[in-house]
Design a protein around this ligand. Sequence first.
Ligand code: ZN
Length: 102
Amino acid sequence: MTYTPQVDDYVIWHHNGLVHQGWVYFVDEKYITIETGIKPKPNCQYTKNEKHKYIHTLLLCHPYYWKDLEYIKHRRVLCNHCGRTADNNVRCLGMCVADSDY
Ligand SMILES: [Zn+2]
């Protein structure tokens, strides 16, 4: 059976001799994106009112490559606002849902 990527799966993509890896960030029937890195946005006048505090590096992957994806694991997202998980250190600017008792 062919692997069908799900959001928040960790995958390794073997592609033309290169190895990409990261979290599945978006899934659609036409393509998925794989988050290969995040970094904080610079703290400046242009970003201070933005809710989203991170720059996400996303790799686009079409269905005919999904056979080359290797499923590694799935993560549990603690906060849908900021995408915080148990181990990625991402946090909302205000109160993070993951800090409450939900
Ligand atoms: Zn949060």
